[in-house]
Write a protein that binds this ligand. Sequence first.
Ligand SMILES: NC(=O)C1=CN([C@@H]2O[C@H](COP(=O)(O)OP(=O)(O)OC[C@H]3O[C@@H](n4cnc5c(N)ncnc54)[C@H](O)[C@@H]3O)[C@@H](O)[C@H]2O)C=CC1
Ligand SMILES: O=C(O)[C@@H]1CCC=N1
Length: 268
Amino acid sequence: MKVGFIGAGRMATALAGGLISSGFTSADNVCASDTYESAREKFNQETGADTLTSNITVAEQSDIVILAVKPQQLPGVLQELKGTITHKQLLVSIAAGSPLALFLETLGDSIRVIRVMPNTPCLVKQGASAFARGGKATEDDASLVDSLLSTVGIAVEVPESQLDAVTGLSGSGPAYVYQIIEALSDGGVRMGLPRHIATQLAAQTVKGAAEMVLETGEHPGALKDAVTSPGGTTIAGIHALESGGLRSSLMNAVAAATQRSIELGKKS
Ligand SMILES: NC(=O)C1=CN([C@@H]2O[C@H](COP(=O)(O)OP(=O)(O)OC[C@H]3O[C@@H](n4cnc5c(N)ncnc54)[C@H](O)[C@@H]3O)[C@@H](O)[C@H]2O)C=CC1
Ligand SMILES: O=C(O)[C@@H]1CCC=N1
């Protein structure tokens, strides 16, 4: 199975690294093209896979072609790949906000295309990705993309209409959580902890709580109750969070980012 990346930036390097280190495919079967030499060199150093200057050659040589350029660069790349991408390759796009219709309109509706919304924790193999099938993409194509994304985290299939909400939640979500970690650390510093200790404790607390949700399958509310002693410290903290509208703020953040994803999708 030959996998080719068009665009050898951060997300491509993370995905290629996951594919190779997990044994999904070998470095010999992976290649990438990029306009910039520095990006090609970094991809090659970090993954051991070959890089090329020609997007067309990468597409011709690959069974799976992964488009990993920025959304603004996508229309130009698709024009270039017209006639090269056919139903023989599986096309996978990770470009935020670019709808399946864009690929079908440009490359023809016989192509097999899957649109993915990954997130940056893919860089540390803790990604949360969702994908939607389009055109003539089959059940087998979906399983393949599921296995591919699972090398760098978890993956779920959704209808394309839900991908804007996915973008608002898990695509942009790491940034919300970084703000939460920074704020928890600030709280620790305010109460007298050294910064490096406060940040370490804050990050591990978020990681540990997330693992508890994923591993136990318990409702987050039940896990919260298990931390909260009657008349204790936690309920005092929770009351302060409720006064500050934490939950409403996070729900509004997901809604605002989803709305922006819808707007950006209409422009492309
Ligand atoms: N960073 C994030 O949080 C997320 C990013 N994405 C999507 O992933 C995609 C890639 O993002 P990053 O890896 O963060 O960007 P990046 O900027 O690190 O990588 C993009 C690469 O494409 C190359 N490139 C530009 N024009 C090209 C062309 N015509 N032909 C070949 N290569 C070309 C650039 O030189 C660059 O190395 C984007 O579409 C983005 O929307 C999706 C989810 C989350
Ligand atoms: O902020 C953005 O537009 C992209 C999409 C998801 C994460 N970053």
